[in-house]
Ligand binder design. Structure first.
Ligand code: NDP
Length: 397
């Protein structure tokens, strides 16, 4: 029976709160805190209506470590689930160390003024967490998160060696808006407009943003879609942890409409992350753009269709070449019916709940800072089936 503190009341934080509330036998006490208290209260109302459970709510600035520590000392949680933005990761890790509580997040640290994400800042906490007897679980969303666990499960049960890993993220949903992002617009656009990068024979190869594409034929009636090569954070840990891997790439589907909007916004400077002086004040164009775009949490009732995210892994089993495709298909409307959110928030929030469940139930409790593929995949994979993200693994050519 665990007492947890969730920080971040956005699209994903809402799903985490609903899913943790559904698992009362594990999460006996839940506090939801964020920068804007009214958002926490609105989520707590929805949780009460849907599950009958009451959440505590609080306001906190997660960039302020003393403020975080004050809240953690008042709530006395067993662990903190960081569902705010990547900019807050190190502050929340610092607060967890100071107060002696475990930590989990869904996205790796990114400095506000450089569109660059890397694990090095968080991996640097390894010794401090180990010495404190605390665990930090990094990237417990879908990608990163489930894709890492899929890779670990395939290595445990399907392949002796992996040569090639392709992670393919397809959102075949339609929200009917001219342009919107499925999760935090600032983080999403920074990620999509960055240079592509993949792993080939022991080194990183860079590509121009969205310059490489392929067609992939997705299951569950989704059909063939164009996918673009991008750099994604789980590649960094997977090439370290999947021994012998020769090539690792990440692909994501985008519609022509999305790409056209992004191109125009980029061309006119609206995706810039550096401040621009305007009418006597500094404005960061991408932050202003975020304020104009639909809140991803508002897309829930509008989005129809499915997501399909998974790994194609090629390697060798018992001396014979073998390739598998392991994936989940999730339906936007079904997610909305269950927790009032679209599938992108759902597919991120459910693994965050399961990661926390693994930790507080002791199945994954190990002091230090860990990526998901470093844990035993089996109990997590069983819970994906039990809590809304069923998966399939099939042989492919
Ligand atoms: P949102 O922008 O919808 O929500 C972020 C929340 O964090 C908001 O409620 C915001 O508060 C709060 N917040 C921001 N800064 C602070 C702060 N300083 N102190 C306290 N609260 C703060 O984002 P999403 O829900 O879409 O995404 C949440 C996280 O999930 C992100 O890190 C994102 O990268 C990650 N993600 C991971 C995925 C995966 O598969 N691994 C996929 C999708 C997302 P306010 O409302 O006041 O602005």
């Amino acid at each position: 029976m665990a007492n947890i503190l969730i920080i971040g009341a956005g699209g994903v934080g809402s799903v985490v709160a609903h899913k943790c509330a559904q698992v009362a036998e594990t999460f006996s006490q839940i506090t939801l805190a964020s920068r804007t208290l009214s958002r926490c209260e609105a989520i707590a109302d929805s949780v009460r209506q849907r599950t009958g459970r009451t959440l505590d709510t609080a306001r906190v600035d997660a960039d302020n470590v003393p403020e975080l520590c004050q809240l953690i000392r008042a709530v006395k949680p067993d662990m903190v689930l960081n569902i705010a933005l990547p900019y807050q990761d190190l502050h929340i890790m610092d607060a967890c160390l100071e107060c002696g509580v475990h930590y989990l997040d869904t996205a790796n640290y990114e400095p506000l003024d450089t569109a660059k994400f890397e694990y090095k800042w968080q991996w640097a906490y390894q010794e401090r967490f180990q010495q404190a007897g605390l665990m930090a679980l990094l990237g417990s969303g879908f990608d990163p998160g489930v894709t890492n666990v899929f890779a670990a499960w395939v290595m445990k049960h399907q392949l002796d060696e992996v040569e090639v890993l392709d992670i393919i993220d397809c959102n075949a949903g339609d929200h009917g808006q001219p342009f919107a992002t499925n999760f935090n617009p600032e983080i999403n656009i920074r990620e999509v407009t960055a240079r592509g990068r993949y792993w080939e024979r022991g080194e990183w190869v860079e590509t121009d943003p969205l310059s490489w594409s392929m067609k992939y034929d997705f299951p569950a009636g989704i059909g063939a879609k164009k996918c673009f090569l991008m750099y994604h954070e789980e590649l960094e840990s997977l090439v370290r942890n999947l021994k012998g891997i020769r090539r690792a790439r990440f692909w994501m589907t985008f519609s022509e409409n999305y790409l056209n909007h992004l191109k125009v916004l980029g061309n006119v400077g609206m995706t810039r992350i550096d401040p621009v002086r305007f009418n006597g004040q500094d404005i960061v164009p991408i932050q202003f753009l975020k304020a104009l775009l639909p809140d991803p949490a508002s897309l829930g009732p509008l989005t129809r269709g499915k997501t399909c995210i998974g790994n194609v892994m090629r390697g060798v089993k018992d001396g014979v070449k073998k390739a598998v495709y392991i994936y989940n298909v999730c339906d936007h409307e079904e997610c909305y019916k269950e927790v009032g959110s679209q599938a992108i928030s759902y597919t991120t929030g459910v693994p965050a709940m399961i990661g926390a469940k693994m930790m507080v139930e002791g199945k994954w409790m190990k002091p230090g800072v860990w990526n998901m593929e470093q844990m035993d995949p089996d109990p997590f994979m069983a819970d994906l089936n039990a809590y809304g993200l069923p998966w399939q693994c099939v042989d492919v050519e």
